[in-house]
Ligand binder design. Sequence first.
Ligand code: TYD
Ligand code: MG
Length: 476
Amino acid sequence: MPKTERGYRCSACGWTTIAYVGRCPACQAWNTLDPFAEAPKSPIARRHPPGAPAPLLRLDQVPTDAAARFPTQIAELDRVLGGGVVPGSLVLVGGEPGIGKSTLMLQAGAALAARGLRVVYLCGEESPRQVRMRAERLHVAGASIDLIAEPSLDAALVAAEAAATDVLIVDSIQSVTIEGLESRAGGPAQIAEAGARLLAFAKSTGTATFVTGHVTKSGEVAGPRLLEHLVDAVLYFETAEGGALRLLRAVKNRFGTTDEIGLFEMTGTGLVSVENPSAALLAPHSPAASGCAVTVIIEGSRPLAIEVQALAVPTTLAAPRRIAAGIEPARLHLVLAVLARRGGIPSSSLDIVANVAGGLRLRDPSADLATCLALASAIHDKPLPPSTAFLGELALSGALRPLHQAGRRLAELARLGIATAVVPSGTPAAQGIHLVRAATLAEALAAVGLSGLSVRTVPHHDALEQPQRSEETHER
Ligand code: TYD
Ligand code: MG
């Protein structure tokens, strides 16, 4: 192992010395010497001899690796990765502790090993015995995976390179150590350095490298987020509160679409790809329940049917509560404001709880109408018509914006057997589903018999510009 360099460095001019002195002899400044300790350079990073010119590569002569993806055969993981594992890529798998990162990595490792690839698993979090026990639970204990229980990253990388590894799994980035670096394992300096060394390793050896990292719910903890800019792909595991559904989301992917999500269910024998996510996400509810509205969002490349649920109860507080899970609080406030002003359904005396069944986070604004109708239905405690979905983004004026990818959304609803969809006007007809077109929120509310109790005020100039919309004004 190369030795760590230690000494004192002048913070003013950069002069270094082994022994401390009060005044820098180079720049004559007083008390500017700070201690330093520099990690030895990684054996992987020192591939080019110092001073040698970097090779030039012609763009059109760079070999493409399009053909060289390895599918893991775990359908939802392949989807999120963009078709499989790319040699030489570095992929970060983040998520809260206990969500299933190690389980997914072991399953993927076993699947890749079964295809004849050389898989090395660096188990920094657990002992090899624990990994073996998990493998037994996953029915992959016979997989030809090599384990490394050594916390030193450099030692592990040298071993992995010597073993001509195709796939390296580092579980987790917080548990590996860089020898000679003065900070603790899992600290920002260690994580950044470990990430840089893993990147150099992946690129120089062509090894597909996965690295897991713990992220807290709020995602605030530095840690693995430091690596996001560096790695080729960032996959985050998310879950519903206490649910068995797991969502793997690509927030960055240099080899595929971002925002692609994969759905898994955590079972007694590991993670299982969910084959019909819409059906899994549409929570079964009694048709008589108020406050439930179905919609279709586009996540990555696929449409997903989901259900927005809302509850409204009289408040006991001066400022009523708004509790949202899966819906951005700002979006919920916007929708409530539009509902009050344009739909004539105020909620200022109500506590509102809204969530998305299945634990998905809504990002697609086309879920606005469903959120709004779930809220209206909850406020009136009147169920929405059965087998009906609501699609459309709300403008502050209460108008429904045109629907993107309407055909794919409606096809998904038809596939699930949903009979009717309330959609923005101008949405083209689709097979297998009846459309009710509405230009505004007020029209959509009227279509389901939930018109506002109070009068919607239309500003005068609004009425002048769009005289054809004047019939939306509802008088009690
Ligand atoms: P794990 O992969 O260890 O999570 P992470 O690496 O993200 O911290 O998953 C641990 C959880 O998954 C634990 O609560 C047990 C559960 N689990 C199952 O339900 N079924 C299984 O087959 C396995 C292996 C784990
Ligand atoms: Mg783990």
